[in-house]
Design a protein around this ligand. Structure first.
Ligand code: GDP
Length: 178
C-alpha cells in the first residue's frame, strides 16, 4: 500500500560510454548485473525507496542511456539533481582524463550545492588498472568530491556510493527545512 514518501532525491550518473553507468544503476536499483548490457538510447531513470533517519527517501537515479556518446547530455538531464556519481573505468585512463570535463559540465548545469561522488568502477579488474587510487584521491580532494572505487560486477561499494551521496543530500535538505 502507498507508503508516504518524505523526500525524492534526483541523482544523475555521468561519465564516458562503457564505464559501467547502467550496470551500477542495475546493481543499485534491482541488484542485477549483466556482462553484455547494450546501451539504450534516451534518458531513463529508476527509483528505489530507502529509509534514512526514519524518513522514506525515494532515490530517483538517472542514466544518460547512451546520450554521452554524442555529447548530447541535455540541460534537462541535470535539472533538479541533488547529487551525481561521476564515473570512470579504472582500466581506461582516458575515461579518468575526461573527468574534469564532465565535472565542468555538471557544475555549469546543476545546482552549486550538488553532492558529487567520484567513482572508479571495475575494481574487479585490478590487473588491468590504468588509474591509481592515489591519482583519483588527489583529484577528488582538490575538487571537494567524495571518492570510492566500485565493482558493479562484484557488487563492491555500489551501495556505499549511493548511500554516502543520499545521506549527505538528506543532511543538507533536512537542515534547510528546520
Ligand atoms: P555505460 O555505457 O557507462 O552505461 O556502461 P555499461 O553499464 O553498459 O557497461 C559497459 C560494459 O562494462 C558492459 O559490458 C558491462 O557488463 C561492463 N561492466 C560494467 N561494470 C563492470 C564492473 O564493475 N566490472 C567489470 N568487469 N565489467 C563491468
Amino acid at each position: 500500500m502507498g507508503e508516504k514518501i518524505d523526500y525524492v532525491f534526483k541523482v544523475v550518473l555521468i561519465g564516458d560510454s562503457a564505464v559501467g553507468k547502467s550496470q551500477i544503476l542495475a546493481r543499485f536499483a534491482r541488484n542485477e548485473f549483466s556482462l553484455d548490457s547494450k546501451a539504450t538510447i534516451g534518458v531513463e531513470f529508476q527509483t528505489r525507496t530507502l529509509i534514512i533517519d526514519r524518513k522514506n527517501v525515494k532515490a530517483q537515479i538517472w542514466d544518460t542511456a547512451g546520450q554521452e556518446r554524442y555529447r548530447a547530455v541535455t540541460t534537462a538531464y541535470y535539472r533538479g539533481a541533488f547529487g551525481a556519481l561521476l564515473i570512470y573505468d579504472i582500466t581506461k585512463r582516458q575515461t579518468f582524463d575526461h573527468i574534469p570535463r564532465w565535472l565542468e559540465e555538471l557544475r555549469s548545469h546543476a545546482d552549486k550545492n550538488i553532492v558529487i561522488m567520484l567513482v572508479g568502477n571495475k575494481s574487479d579488474l585490478d590487473d588491468k588498472r590504468a588509474v591509481s587510487v592515489e591519482d583519483a584521491k588527489e583529484f577528488a580532494q582538490k575538487e571537494g568530491l567524495f571518492f570510492l572505487e566500485t565493482s558493479a560486477m562484484e557488487a563492491t561499494n555500489v551501495e556505499p556510493s549511493f548511500m554516502t551521496v543520499l545521506t549527505e543530500i538528506f543532511n543538507i535538505v533536512s537542515k534547510k527545512s528546520l
